[in-house]
Design a protein around this ligand. Structure first.
Ligand SMILES: Nc1nc2c(ncn2[C@@H]2O[C@H](COP(=O)(O)OP(=O)(O)OP(=O)(O)O)[C@@H](O)[C@H]2O)c(=O)[nH]1
Length: 551
């Protein structure tokens, strides 16, 4: 809703303020009409002008050049009197074009393009702005245009208000893109994963492209030098942005493993071939670069198509991240394609088409950041699962030997730091071999699980259990003195004896021999386990099913 209100504020009334447009044609002149001087056009009689059917753009250019005569609607005295700022001739989205005008009252020729400092800094470069006074005809000459240029005559105050809305929208999108690029760059500096760098670069280049294509880059002191390269600079930025974005997509969407052949094709049409075009663009030979836009745009459209198909295939084959890219990208690509068609065909522009690209770029940036966060979360889950797997015993779910010794090491350090006691219990099932032999291994396994369940039920928060051998367990009790640990061991022994008489219907009559020790100042993890094991052996030798405490 907010977006619609913002867009409504930016709407242009196409062809507003213009009564008629005539194109300058003169069969007697050998050269194209734009070679004419402004004075000659202003002096030309009506016979040299051919009326155009539409008043919203300058149509009928030959090789991107020509002269037109515009008749503005008569000025309403009120508008000028109220605001005192007269009227403006606006030539929208000049892009590559250089525009020369001869306007009333003095008809002195003035030229401007988005690449130079000539345009009035009070306005954005969405349009070249030429103030004039009076109701006389307006003469407009154009060179190097790539599509029919939209024109309008507006009250200066009205346009200033509308231009501010435009600036808010554009710079809002730019702000999002800058924020996202910087945040992702920070991630990259911490994680050093290539995908983050590619993403930040892709965002930065897309941002630069929007600023160049709209012309606002050239009004920024830091980027004004880009104007020297004219429209070829924009082609360079657009193509670099395509290459980096495609490399990002391939990596982020896991396209290589999920759709190897398609991702190979995408690599060619979206990165390698555009890369060759870029080299040809910057080399001095061939000097003529007019071949670049059709080839570059053709490759871009093809790369977009291949990218969507590849992403869809990768998504169907299980890449969640390819799904994120599809959501982020398809709207943006649709608008940029529609905009290319609109510009080429000279169709009047709607606010959606005008602002679709920067807004959807910002939208894509936000969705892709969510995608990156999701990717990070997935990696973290996988790492945690792998770690869990590496530390846990698959049968009982208790820690394995490595897991419990590592934890016991931490507990030992904590105990010393806090000057607290720590007790260790070594537990061994009695005559377990006989249980396996009599009832089979599945029952043996169930016995191990049953014993672990009993120990878990009896353990306090912070006590940790590990399986350190076939039927041997280690339980450590942070904060427990020898006396408290003896009590716990006795409880465990008797609980196992009562609760594990029968396991899965087999009368196994499980019992435990338990050795108990308390951590001493010179103890290490190894010496603690060794002493607890020794205590457990004493319990075995003393007849099993009992607790021995080693003081
Ligand atoms: N079911 C099952 N048995 C296991 C597993 N790991 C080790 N064992 C068995 O545990 C038994 C241990 O036997 P012993 O070391 O002789 O000990 P014991 O029979 O309990 O005798 P004492 O400890 O002296 O009371 C062996 O038969 C092993 O095959 C396991 O994961 N599952």
């Amino acid at each position: 809703m907010l977006l619609m209100i913002l867009l409504a504020g930016c709407a242009r009334q196409d062809g507003a303020g213009i009564r008629s447009i005539d194109r300058h044609v003169d069969d007697r002149l050998p050269a194209a009409a734009a070679d004419l001087s402004a004075d000659r056009v202003v002096a030309a009689d009506d016979a040299r002008f051919q009326p155009l059917a539409r008043t919203e753009h300058l149509a009928g250019a030959v090789d991107g050049r020509g002269w037109w005569r515009l008749r503005p609607e008569p000025s309403t005295a009120g508008a000028s009197a109220t605001h005192g700022r007269g009227r403006l001739l606006l030539v929208y989205y000049p892009y590559s074009a250089r525009v020369t005008v001869a306007l009333p009252p003095d008809y002195r020729p003035r030229s401007a393009s988005i690449f130079t400092s000539e345009p009035d800094p009070a306005y954005s470069r969405r349009a070249l702005v030429f103030p004039f006074e009076g109701d006389g005809p307006l003469y407009v000459g154009v060179e190097s245009a790539r599509y029919p240029l939209p024109v309008e005559v507006r009250d200066a105050h009205d346009y200033a208000v509308q231009d501010q809305a435009h600036a808010r929208l554009l710079w809002g999108s730019v702000g999002i893109l800058i924020g996202v690029s910087l945040a992702v760059l920070l991630f990259w500096s911490l994680l050093r994963e290539r995908v983050y760098l590619l993403f930040a670069l892709s965002m930065a280049l897309q941002l630069l492209y929007v600023l160049c294509a709209y012309g606002d880059a050239y009004s920024l002191p830091a980027l004004a030098w880009l104007g020297r390269f004219g429209v070829e600079g924009i082609w360079f930025v657009a193509t670099s942005s395509t290459i980096v974005t495609v490399l990002f997509l391939i990596e982020f969407g896991e396209l290589r493993p999920r759709a190897p052949r398609l991702s190979g094709i995408l690599g060619w049409v979206g990165a390698r071939l555009p890369g060759l075009l870029l080299i040809a663009l910057v080399l001095p030979w061939p000097a003529y670069k007019g071949w670049f836009p059709p080839l570059g745009n053709g490759l871009l459209l093809l790369a977009n198509l291949v990218a969507i198909v590849t992403l869809a295939v990768a998504w169907l084959r299980g890449s969640r991240h390819a799904g994120f890219v599809l959501i982020a990208w398809v709207p943006m690509i649709s608008v940029s394609t529609a905009r290319t068609v609109q510009l080429g065909a000279g169709i009047p522009l709607t606010p959606w088409l005008e602002y679709g690209l920067p807004l959807l770029m910002a939208f894509a940036a936000v969705v892709l950041v969510l995608g990156l966060a999701d990717r990070m979360l997935t990696f973290r889950r996988e790492r945690d699962a792998a770690q869990r797997h590496a530390e846990r015993d698959g049968l009982t779910g208790a820690y394995n030997r490595d897991g419990i010794t590592a934890r016991l090491g931490h507990a030992l350090n904590e105990t010393r730091r806090l000057h607290q006691p720590l007790a260790v219990l070594f537990l061994d099932l009695d005559h377990f071999k006989a249980i396996n032999d009599n009832y089979g291994h599945p029952i043996g396994d169930a016995c191990l699980r049953a014993v672990v369940e009993v120990i878990r039920d009896q353990a306090r928060l912070g006590d940790q259990l590990g399986r350190v051998g076939g039927e041997e367990f280690l339980l450590y009790l942070p904060g427990a003195t020898l006396a408290a640990a003896r009590g716990t061991a006795e409880r465990l022994r008797s609980e196992v004896q009562t609760r594990c008489r029968e396991v899965m219907g087999a009368p196994v009559r499980l019992t435990l021999s338990i050795g108990v020790v308390e951590c001493e100042p010179r103890d290490t993890v190894e010496s603690l386990i060794r002493r607890a094991d020794e205590a457990m052996y004493r319990a075995k030798h003393a007849g099993r099913n009992q607790v021995v405490v080693l003081a």
